[in-house]
Ligand binder design. Structure first.
Ligand code: GLP
Length: 239
C-alpha cells in the first residue's frame, strides 16, 4: 500500500484499462464526489473516441443518499451519468447497478446479491472524507459492517453542501460497509488537495481502527493509493 504521487487521474484510468483487459466481465465500482469528476470526464472522452469500452463490464458505486436515484440531481448515480453519459446507456441495459436510495432492507440485500452474482467487485475506486470516511462509513464504523443506512456526520454534510444548492443536505445515506469494500479484489483510493492531507496521514500512518475507517485498508493486500502533492504533504515518509 505504498502511496504514489503522479497524475492520479491518468493512473486511475490505467487501472481501469487493466481490469477491463483482465477478467471476462469485471465489476468496477466507482466512488463519486469532486475527486472523481475528472476521471468520469476522461472516461467519457475516451469512450467517445473509441479508446475505452465499458461494454464488457458491470459498473456500480458504493453509496447513495436516502431517497435519491439515478434521476435525482445531487445523487451519486445521477452525478456519474451526468459526468459520463454512456453510463446512462449501461443503466438502461442493466449493466450499471445503482445503489437503491431506500432504507428497505430487502432492496439493499437484493442489490448486494446482484453484485455477488456478477462475481463481486474486481476494482473498487474510493475517495476519502476529511474525517477519514470511506464511502459513507463514518468514524465508528467497523469491518463487520455491511450495506446499510447511516446517519451522516455534520462534517460530511458540510462538505457536501455544494451538491445541494438551495436544498438541505440529506441526513441519511446508504453505503456499502467496510466489509464489502474490503472484499473487493483491488482497491484504488484517490485523494486530491490539501484538505485531504490530515485524513491521508491518519489512514496511512495513524492507528488502524474505527476513528479513521480508511485505515482498515492497510489490512487489505491489494490497495493502491493515488495522491497529489498537497494530499501527501503531511506524510512522514513522502512518497
Ligand atoms: C463523499 C462520498 C465518498 C467520497 C468522499 C469524498 O461523501 N461518500 O464516496 O469518496 O466523500 O468526496 P470528495 O471527493 O467530494 O471529497
Amino acid at each position: 500500500m505504498t502511496p504514489q504521487v503522479s497524475d492520479p487521474v491518468e493512473e486511475a484510468l490505467g487501472e481501469l484499462r487493466e481490469v477491463l483487459g483482465g477478467s471476462a466481465r469485471p465489476v468496477v465500482s466507482f466512488a463519486t464526489g469532486a475527486t472523481y469528476e475528472n476521471l468520469f470526464r476522461r472516461m467519457a472522452e475516451e469512450i467517445r473516441s473509441g479508446e475505452l469500452d465499458l461494454v464488457s463490464c458491470v459498473v456500480t458505486h458504493p453509496d447513495e443518499y436516502l431517497g435519491y436515484g439515478p434521476d435525482t440531481e445531487g445523487g451519486m448515480a445521477h452525478e456519474m451519468i451526468a459526468a459520463c453519459p454512456p453510463l446512462g446507456g449501461m443503466l438502461k441495459r442493466g449493466t450499471f447497478l445503482p445503489v437503491p436510495g431506500t432504507d428497505d432492507g430487502a432492496s439493499l440485500e437484493a442489490h448486494r446479491a446482484r453484485i455477488l452474482r456478477a462475481g463481486g467487485v474486481d476494482l473498487q475506486f474510493l475517495g476519502i472524507g476529511r474525517n477519514g470516511h470511506l464511502a459513507f462509513n463514518e468514524p465508528g464504523s467497523v469491518v463487520e459492517d455491511g450495506f446499510r443506512t447511516v446517519r451522516l456526520s455534520e462534517s460530511t454534510r458540510l462538505a457536501a453542501r455544494a451538491r445541494f444548492p438551495g436544498r438541505e443536505v440529506p441526513e441519511v445515506a446508504i453505503t456499502a460497509g467496510l466489509g464489502e469494500l474490503l472484499r473487493s479484489r483491488r482497491v484504488v483510493l484517490m485523494a486530491l488537495g490539501s484538505h485531504k492531507a490530515e485524513a491521508v496521514r491518519a489512514m496511512l500512518e495513524g492507528e488502524i481502527g474505527p476513528s479513521c475507517p480508511a485505515s482498515y485498508l492497510r489490512r487489505h493486500g491489494n490497495v493502491r493509493v493515488l495522491l497529489d502533492g498537497p494530499a501527501a504533504a503531511l506524510l512522514r515518509e513522502k512518497p
